[in-house]
Ligand binder design. Structure first.
Ligand code: DGY
Length: 348
């Protein structure tokens, strides 16, 4: 699919993206926009090299693609100066290789913060109240009438939410859980989340002033402290060598038997084989997973676990956010192609 065929700059998007604002933005700045229409969910390195061809000024790519030495070399040979990942995470991008070939790399933070945090909150609730299990029960025609023991789950109010990685998304999630469900907070991060702490303190005072039990917060001195103390734990680190299998067999065994673990970051942050074993041995332990170690696959046994809620990497999948990510990805390419002077009022 080609837009503005006579545009001076050739920009490729490896996937069709939501909305048209991103296309308008590129076309207004004299780009010829080519959207790949290959009928494949995940493009291989060879597919992308063929797309880049002999002349390409910039590429908008996806987190499912392997942007390493081979692709940046091909892009640079074709005159490319910019690569934009339509994601906040960029563990699929070798930034050193891009730098070596003079290609600037962009990502799309900010626009997905609340949407991603909302999914982490949804998974927390779905796991706590066994919503998916109960839904399956209804659809299977098994409901015979109200019973005192039917799908009894966890009450969040007054429990402790644990956040590992209190950056933009982790902090937004923490705020939702504290304000929405009056949970206490414990978090672990290398940096202090001052704004989040101020918010929880002020909210605690507000509750107290209204005669309600105030919420509390604590910055943990280790990740293990969060795992041991929290009732619901949400993971928000980036994926790199230091966070690979951050949650392993040993750490799973530190958590409360009835804890809930939520992962909307990257699959390999959790040792999924160990997780399946832990879920099997601890039926009251629950997880909400948006990401998996070997996407699009799940480790054997996970799909059979009633105490797991699993969704296909949709944390940023709201219309507003996906259009925003596409727009930001286009903007990154324009800025990084450097020769362009952008009128920011067009965008705002
Ligand atoms: C990201 O942006 O990194 C998410 O995983 C997809 O939105």
């Amino acid at each position: 699919e080609v837009w503005n065929p006579n545009g001076k700059y050739r920009v490729i998007s490896t996937k069709s993206m939501p909305g048209t604002r991103w296309i308008d933005l590129l076309v207004q700045q004299d780009c010829r926009v080519e959207i790949c229409t290959l009928n494949k969910t995940i493009l291989s390195v060879e597919d992308i090299i063929a797309l880049i061809g002999d002349k390409c000024d910039g590429v908008i790519g996806q987190l499912t693609e392997d942007w390493g030495d081979t692709l940046f070399s091909a892009l640079s040979k074709a005159g490319g100066k910019a690569f934009s990942n339509m994601a906040v995470g960029y563990n699929n991008v070798d930034v050193d290789a891009a730098t070596k070939y003079g290609v600037a790399v962009g990502n799309t933070p900010g626009v997905l913060t609340e949407t991603t945090a909302e999914l982490a909150a949804s998974l927390s609730l779905a796991a706590a109240r066994r919503i998916v299990e109960a839904d399956g029960f209804m659809r299977a025609g098994l409901y015979e009438g109200w019973l005192p023991h039917l799908f009894v789950g966890n009450l969040l109010k007054g429990q402790t939410v644990g956040v590992i990685g209190a950056g933009r998304i982790g902090s937004a999630y923490a705020r939702m859980m504290v304000e929405g469900f009056k949970m206490n907070l414990i978090y672990y991060d290398l940096y202090q989340a001052t704004r989040l702490e101020k918010f929880v303190t002020a909210y605690g005072q507000f509750l107290k002033a209204n005669g309600e039990q105030p919420v509390t917060w604590k910055r943990a001195s280790s990740m293990d402290e969060v795992l041991q103390e929290a009732d619901v734990i949400s993971l928000h680190p980036i994926l790199d060598k230091t966070t690979y299998h951050l949650v392993n067999k040993e750490r799973l065994s530190m958590m409360k038997k009835e804890a809930i673990l939520v992962n909307c970051s990257r699959g390999p942050v959790v040792d999924e084989v160990a997780l399946v074993e832990h879920l099997r041995e601890n039926p009251m332990f629950r997880v909400g997973l948006d990401v998996f170690e070997d996407e699009p696959y799940m480790k054997p046994g996970l799909a059979d676990m009633k105490n797991a809620v699993v969704v296909p990497h949709i944390a940023s999948a709201s219309k507003w956010t996906r259009e925003g990510m596409a727009t930001l990805a286009a903007l990154n390419v324009l800025v990084d192609m450097r020769s362009l002077h952008i009128n920011f009022f067009i965008i705002l």
